[in-house]
Write a new protein. Structure first.
Length: 147
C-alpha cells in the first residue's frame, strides 16, 4: 500500500483558522476556559449546581446559564462564583503575540499573602526579549503605588 502525502492549502483549514482568530471566538474560548476551571473547583470541593446557586444567592437557572456559556460572565459574577467554591479570581492581560503562563507561587514578604508570577513567552522564537512579571513589595504611600 502506497500512501502519498500532499501538502497544499486547504480552503476549509484557512476558513477555520480565520474564524478562531476573531475577537468573538476568543471571547467564547475564554468563557469555556473559565467555566471549565469553575467546574473543576466544584468537582474537587463536591459542590453541586444547586449548592453553588444557594451559595451565590441566585436561582438554579442562572447557574445553568452561566455554566452553559449563555450568560455574560461579568467580573462580579466570576468573583462571587469563585468565593462560592473557595477560590479567588486571578486575571491578567498578556501582550498580543505572547502566551501567559502561571508558573510560580510565592509569598510576598511584607504581607505574607500568596502571589503569582506570570511569565510571557513569544509565539515565535526569535522575537523580542520575553517580558516577565514578578512580585513587588506593597507600596507604603499612594505615590509609590502610582509608580
Amino acid at each position: 500500500m502506497n500512501i502519498k502525502v500532499v501538502k497544499k492549502k486547504s480552503p476549509l483549514a484557512d476558513a477555520f483558522a480565520k474564524s478562531i482568530a476573531t475577537v468573538e471566538a476568543q471571547v467564547e474560548l475564554r468563557k469555556l476556559e473559565i467555566v471549565e476551571e469553575l467546574l473543576q473547583f466544584m468537582k474537587r470541593e463536591g459542590i453541586s449546581r444547586s449548592e453553588l446557586a444557594e451559595r451565590m444567592g441566585v436561582g438554579p437557572s442562572r447557574i445553568t446559564a452561566m455554566l452553559n456559556g449563555t450568560s455574560n460572565l461579568t467580573i462580579d459574577t466570576l468573583v462571587r462564583a469563585g468565593h462560592a467554591v473557595g477560590a479567588e479570581l486571578a486575571q491578567t492581560f498578556v501582550p498580543q503575540g505572547h502566551k501567559g503562563h502561571w508558573v510560580v507561587t510565592s509569598k510576598v514578604q511584607a504581607s505574607k499573602e500568596n502571589c503569582i508570577t506570570v511569565h510571557f513567552t513569544p509565539k515565535k522564537l526569535g522575537q523580542a526579549r520575553t517580558p516577565s512579571f514578578g512580585t513587588k513589595q506593597p507600596a507604603t504611600h499612594d505615590a509609590d503605588a502610582a509608580a
